[in-house]
Write a protein that binds this ligand. Structure first.
Ligand SMILES: NC(=O)c1ccc[n+]([C@@H]2O[C@H](COP(=O)([O-])OP(=O)(O)OC[C@H]3O[C@@H](n4cnc5c(N)ncnc54)[C@H](OP(=O)(O)O)[C@@H]3O)[C@@H](O)[C@H]2O)c1
Length: 499
C-alpha cells in the first residue's frame, strides 16, 4: 500500500515579497494554509511577509487571518488557523533598500529560521532587477545545487514582448541559476492541464489518431464573463488579451496538447518537447476570405460600461479585450491542421477548454439527427470531438455518434463523460497549492523555462507586427465576441465550440 499524500521533508523559510498585496491575500496565503492543513508542511517552516507598510508581526498576522477567513471559509474557532498563523511574521522593508536584506539575513542567523529559502516575488516586473540584485548581494541566494538551497518564484508577466522578456531573463540569470528560477503560470497547476499528458501518453487509443491524418482542427478557448475587476483597467489597457492570455496560458495549453511524447516526466524532457512546438508555431497566413487574426473590444450595455468607459482606461483605447487567432504548427505531425485560439473578457460563459475535432468518416452511411427535446432535424455527420475542460467542471469528454433508440437507423451525437466531480468526491487542489508544493519540492516541471518564454514572445511579436495594434471590432458584452471571428474558421460549418 502506498500513500498518495506528499510532505515536504526539509524545513523551509518562505519569504513573500509583496506580502501586503492582492495575490498574497487571495492566493498565496490560502494555498500555504491548505498545504499546512493537509499535512504537507510537517517539517519546520516559517513564512515571512516582506513589504513597505508599517505593520507589526501582529497586524500582518491579523491581515492574513482575515484573508484566510474570507477566501477559505474557515470556522471562526478552527484551531488550525491559529496554529498556521504562528508560523507567520513580517519584515518591513523597501525592495530598493540593501539594509532590508542584510536585516533579513541577520534574522536567519538570530532566529534560527529554517535555512532553505523560497523567495516568492509577488511584485511588479520593474522591481525584479533590484530585488534579485539585493538578494544576491546580501548572500540570501545560495549557490545552485548547494545546501541549504534557495529558489525564487517569479510571477507573470514575463515581459511584454521578446525584447523585454530577454531583458528580464538576462536580469534573473545574472543573479540566479536557471535551475533555481520558477516562473509560475498558474494554468499549469490545474488538474485537467496535467491530465492532458496522462490522457495522451498513459492510454494507447488516442495517440495513434492525434495527428494530421485524423484531426481536422484544434480549438482552445479561454473565455471570461468578467470585464475589468476594480483597479485592473490601467494594467489591462497596456496589455490586452493577446499579451495577457495567449502569450503564456494558451500557448502552454497548446504545447501540452500537441507535443511529442517526452522521454521521461522530468522537467527537462517535457520542456524540451514544448520548445519544439513553440519553434514550429506560427500565425497562419491570411487569405481574402479567411483572416488569421480577429480582435474585439467590448461595448457597453445599459447596466455595464464599455471597455473605454472603464476606470483608468483611455477613452480612445484600441486595446483588444478579445482575440481569436488561426495558428499552424509546421511539423510532421500537425502540418495543415488549423489551431484556433480564442480568449476574451465579458464573454457569454466562463470556460477554458481545448477541443480536438476529428475528421468526419469518409462515407456517410448513416443519417444523423440533432434533437432539441422532441424536435429533431437531419444534419450532416457530426465529427468526433475530444474536449479537455480545464474550468469549470473539470473533465474530459468525447463526443461520438450512437444509434438513437427508434425504429429508424439514425445516429445522434452523445457524450462519453469523465468528470472529476463524478469520479472523485475530493475537492481538486487549487493551482497555487500544487505549484507551491512543487517549488518547495524542487520540481520545476510545471514552471516555464527562459527559452520557452522567449519563444512564446517571438511568436507573439509577429502577430501585431506591422500593425502594432489590431483595430478591435466592437462586440456586445455577454456575447461570444465579434462576428468577424467566424471568418477565421476554414470550415465555418464547424463553428466555434461552446456556442
Ligand atoms: N493579483 C493577482 O491575481 C495576480 C495574478 C497573476 C499575477 N499577478 C502578478 O503578481 C504581482 C503582484 O500582484 P498583486 O496583485 O499582489 O499586486 P499589488 O496588490 O499591487 O501588491 C504589490 C505589493 O508589492 C509591494 N511593494 C510595491 N513596491 C514595493 C517596494 N518598493 N518595496 C517593497 N514592497 C513593495 C506592496 O506592498 P507595500 O505597498 O506595503 O510596500 C504590495 O505588497 C504582479 O506582478 C502581478 O502582475 C497577480
Amino acid at each position: 500500500m502506498i500513500t498518495l499524500d506528499v510532505q515536504i521533508e526539509e524545513p523551509v523559510t518562505f519569504v513573500i515579497f509583496g506580502a501586503t498585496g492582492d495575490l498574497t491575500r487571495r492566493k498565496l496565503i490560502p494555498a500555504l494554509y491548505t498545504l499546512f492543513k493537509e499535512g504537507a508542511l510537517t517539517s519546520g517552516f516559517s513564512i515571512i511577509g516582506f513589504a513597505r507598510r508599517d505593520y507589526t508581526d501582529e497586524t500582518f498576522c491579523q491581515l492574513m487571518e482575515d484573508a484566510l477567513r474570507e477566501h477559505c471559509r474557515i470556522p471562526v474557532d478552527d484551531p488550525s488557523l491559529k496554529a498556521f498563523c504562528a508560523h507567520l511574521s513580517y519584515h518591513r522593508g523597501d525592495i530598493s533598500d540593501p539594509t532590508a536584506y542584510t536585516r533579513l539575513m541577520q534574522r536567519f542567523n538570530d532566529e534560527a529560521l529554517p535555512p532553505n529559502r523560497l523567495f516568492y516575488l509577488s511584485i511588479t516586473p520593474d522591481l525584479i532587477e533590484t530585488a534579485t540584485h539585493n538578494l544576491c548581494e546580501s548572500g540570501l541566494i545560495t549557490p545552485a545545487g548547494g545546501s541549504p538551497w534557495s529558489r525564487t518564484v517569479v510571477e507573470k508577466p514575463f515581459g511584454h514582448d521578446l525584447n523585454s522578456a530577454q531583458n528580464l531573463n538576462r536580469i534573473l540569470l545574472e543573479h540566479i541559476d536557471e535551475s533555481q528560477i520558477y516562473r509560475i503560470d498558474h494554468y499549469l497547476g490545474k488538474e485537467t492541464v496535467q491530465n492532458i499528458l496522462s490522457f495522451r501518453f498513459a492510454n494507447t487509443i488516442f495517440e495513434p489518431v492525434f495527428n494530421r491524418t485524423y484531426v481536422d482542427h484544434i480549438q482552445i478557448t479561454a473565455a471570461e464573463t468578467v470585464g475589468m475587476e476594480s483597479g485592473r483597467g490601467a494594467f489591462y489597457d497596456k496589455t490586452g488579451a493577446l499579451r495577457d492570455m495567449v502569450a503564456n496560458h494558451l500557448f502552454q495549453l497548446l504545447c501540452l496538447v500537441t507535443m511529442e511524447p517526452p522521454d521521461g516526466l522530468e522537467a527537462k524532457s517535457i520542456r524540451n518537447e514544448k520548445m519544439k512546438i513553440l519553434r514550429a508555431l506560427a500565425l497562419a497566413s491570411s487569405t481574402a476570405d479567411h483572416p488569421s487574426v480577429c480582435c474585439g473590444q467590448y461595448a457597453g450595455t445599459e447596466t455595464a460600461p464599455a471597455f473605454r468607459e472603464e476606470e483608468r482606461v483611455a477613452p480612445d483605447s484600441n486595446t483588444e479585450t478579445f482575440i481569436a487567432l488561426r495558428m499552424e504548427i509546421n511539423n510532421w505531425r500537425w502540418a495543415g491542421v488549423p489551431v484556433y485560439l480564442r480568449t476574451g473578457k465579458n464573454l457569454a460563459k466562463k470556460t477554458t477548454e481545448i477541443s480536438v475535432q476529428f475528421k468526419t468518416p469518409p462515407l456517410s452511411l448513416f443519417q444523423h439527427v440533432a434533437c432539441k427535446g422532441d424536435l429533431c432535424d437531419l444534419t450532416g455527420v457530426e465529427p468526433n470531438t475530444l474536449i479537455f475542460r480545464i474550468q469549470p467542471d473539470e473533465g474530459i469528454f468525447l463526443q461520438v455518434s450512437a444509434k438513437r433508440p427508434s425504429m429508424q437507423l439514425v445516429v445522434e451525437s452523445v457524450d462519453m463523460d469523465f468528470s472529476y466531480s463524478g469520479k472523485w468526491d475530493k475537492e481538486l487542489p487549487e493551482a497555487y497549492e500544487r505549484l507551491l508544493l512543487d517549488a518547495l519540492r524542487g520540481d520545476s516541471t510545471l514552471f516555464t523555462r527562459s527559452d520557452e518564454v522567449e519563444a512564446e514572445w517571438e511568436v507573439i511579436d509577429t502577430i501585431f507586427s506591422g500593425t502594432k495594434e489590431c483595430s478591435p471590432k466592437p462586440y456586445p458584452s455577454g456575447s461570444w465576441g465579434p462576428m468577424e471571428a467566424d471568418a477565421l474558421l476554414i470550415n465555418p460549418s464547424n463553428g466555434w465550440k461552446n456556442e
